[in-house]
Write a new protein. Sequence first.
Length: 67
Amino acid sequence: MADQEQADIRLALARLRQEHEDYDAAINAMIQVGSEALRIQRMKKKKLVIKDKITQLEDQILPDIIA
């Protein structure tokens, strides 16, 4: 993998991790305020999608090595 490509992936990872943290904070705030359960559930699904993207990018940087 080229250095530039790896740097781009790391930048995308950093952005996604920040977005994941933002969703986490928003979900916690919604729970404390008592927002609708359906809205909270939708936010959690979006957060999970972001987590899946993070995992995919991490796998590109450090692929599984079968020993």
